[in-house]
Ligand binder design. Structure first.
Ligand SMILES: [Zn+2]
Length: 559
């Protein structure tokens, strides 16, 4: 007998005596039995129960980190030593170009925000559905917390970076003391640095390795973003969501550089809660609002999970029906179904492959503005959310996604795979079209075949009565039948039953395939008669009149 108490599972041998033989905790929709806990039944020391917590699932949720980092998280979650050996992952080799070595701790600053590493990435050839082409990466040297801002144009940096400095002052009561960047002219904020008293460090020309912290971080972000994209087969124009989710996850994974603490913990001192993490790009059913919903409207809508929006205790979802983005807390996930995966049949693209090397791609541009999409290391629960900004960014993202909806081909979502749908692009292994072709036919015959197919014949009265031409044909047939006195109306004898009749429609064509006329025939449904009941013989003995005459003639001759 099981007893579920909030997040606790208790297992009883005997519900009346209340003999507990085990207990466990809820971990991500599973109740994990704590086998090590003291059991009241010494005779049954280890119940024959093993609950498998799929570490592969956690590997997917965390954006395909190394086993070392996955293990750390599963340890934190209390899933110790359960099913640790997972099957080799099919996504990791595709997504990761090389193993990144951890860089040395030698030159790390002593305090948070003593030194920031900043770099710009892009432009990427495919812009996101929201129109972003670049991202700005900011790494804090001491905590290694990473912030990423998606940008439409490079010059948006000029607005975002000062805002970031202000955010640090307000949220962490710290002042940034130094900033390291490469020689990108966009990132030379001379006046700003002077005003704030910030020391600027620039790499020497042609030596981007001096900016290695952020270069390495870019590689790491792109590795994780690629694995998220490949895992869910997300279309390329969603790379922004992959990058933001990658950074969200990277900030929450431990690193040896920080003595196995996570960047997030190092900065905030808060313990992390991994329970809300879900597999990126999976199918998610989001509850519909009960407001204005009638009894027979669906209770949930199918969506695709696109990450953890900043400032919300919720999930970013792309509605599969409306193609709009929204944020919701009431979501049921199907973490093994990827709706986008069934959308694309083409082989995996090596995304970001064509991206320019970030250290060498800068060109001077003018200065400008824009709204950031921020991944800040603060957990998705942020208490003081500026509601006006929230609303406007929501509207904007909906609007933009809406604009992009024309581009995305609408194919059936994966959850319909188990059904035969008319919309389904049938996966026929040997389609007839591949073997049967009209190509070899002469032009005349091709024209004939086509013209034959133009005229559809209705199969029932219900279909035919919608067309003037078939109504006319039926009237013509009825007049003909009346004229030839085909029937006489009378009452049906008691022990007989009437057989019905039906219409048969035929189009008569001329020799060249053009229409001659529409022909309707009223026929008796002879097939409804049963042998022995409605008829006895299927034939009657008949004789030709010539035979009868011959017989009479022979009789006369012989007297
Ligand atoms: Zn993997």
């Amino acid at each position: 007998m099981f007893l579920l108490l909030e997040e606790q599972l208790r297992l009883f041998l005997d519900p009346i005596k209340g003999l507990m033989i085990g207990q466990g905790e809820a971990v991500a929709n599973l109740y994990v039995l704590d086998v090590g806990s003291d059991l009241q039944t010494p005779s049954r020391k280890s119940p024959f129960i093993s609950i498998v917590v799929d570490s592969a699932l956690w590997h997917n949720r965390l954006g395909h980190p190394s086993d070392y980092r996955t293990d750390f998280v599963t340890d934190v979650l209390g899933i110790k030593n359960i099913n640790k050996r997972r099957l080799p992952c099919a996504i990791c080799p595709l997504a990761k170009q090389k193993h990144l070595s951890f860089d040395s701790k030698n030159n790390m600053c002593a305090n948070a925000f003593d030194l920031l590493h900043i770099d710009l990435w892009g432009p990427f050839s495919v812009q996101t559905v929201e129109g972003y082409k670049h991202f700005l990466t900011i790494v804090d040297d001491h905590t290694r917390v990473t912030w990423v801002y998606l940008l439409r144009t490079k010059d948006e940096v000029l607005r975002i970076f000062p805002e970031f400095l202000k955010m640090v002052e307000t949220q962490y009561s710290c002042k940034v003391r130094g900033v390291r960047s490469d020689n990108a002219p966009e990132l030379k904020f001379a006046d700003l640095y002077k005003e704030k008293g910030i020391t600027a460090f620039h790499s020497c020309p042609e030596t981007p390795e001096q900016n290695s912290v952020v270069e390495r971080k870019h590689q790491h972000i792109l590795n994780v973003a690629r694995s998220l994209m490949f895992q869910a087969k997300v279309p390329l124009e969603y790379w922004g969501d992959c990058v933001l989710t990658a950074v969200f996850l990277i900030n929450r994974l431990p690193t040896p550089l920080l003595k196995d603490r996570t960047p997030f913990e190092t900065l905030t001192g808060k313990k992390l809660d991994y329970k809300g993490l879900r597999v990126f790009g999976c199918l998610a059913f989001c509850s519909t609002s009960s407001k204005g919903r009638h009894k027979f409207q669906p209770r949930a809508r199918p969506c695709i999970f696109l990450g953890y929006p900043t400032g919300y205790k919720g999930y970013k979802l792309l509605d599969l029906e409306t193609n709009k983005v929204h944020i919701s807390r009431n979501v049921v996930f199907h973490e093994d179904i990827f709706p986008f995966a069934k959308d694309q049949d083409e082989p995996l693209l090596d995304i970001f492959h064509q991206m320019p090397d970030s250290s060498s791609s800068f060109s001077p541009t003018s200065l400008g503005i824009n709204i950031p999409v921020v991944d800040c290391p603060v957990s998705p629960v942020v208490e003081n959310v500026d509601t006006s900004k929230v609303a406007s960014s929501m509207e904007e993202s909906e609007h933009l996604v809406d604009n992009g909806s024309g581009k995305r081909s609408s194919k059936p979502p994966a959850y319909l795979d188990d059904y035969y749908c008319h919309m389904q692009q049938a996966q026929i292994p040997y389609p007839l079209a591949a073997y049967l072709s009209y190509e070899e036919l002469s032009d005349d015959y091709k024209a004939y075949i086509c013209s034959v197919n133009i005229h559809a014949e209705p199969s029932s009265f219900t279909q035919a009565k919608k067309f003037e031409e078939w109504l006319a044909a039926m009237n013509e047939e009825l007049i003909a039948l009346e004229k030839s006195d085909t029937w006489e109306i009378c009452s049906l004898p008691d022990d007989k039953h009437a057989i019905g009749c039906r219409w048969v429609y035929k189009t008569k064509l001329n020799a060249d395939g053009s229409l001659e006329r529409y022909k309707a025939r009223l026929v008796a449904k002879g097939y409804t008669q049963r042998e022995g009941v409605d008829f006895v013989d299927t034939f009657s003995p008949v004789a030709k009149m010539t035979t009868v005459k011959t017989l009479l003639a022979v009789g006369v001759l012989r007297n």
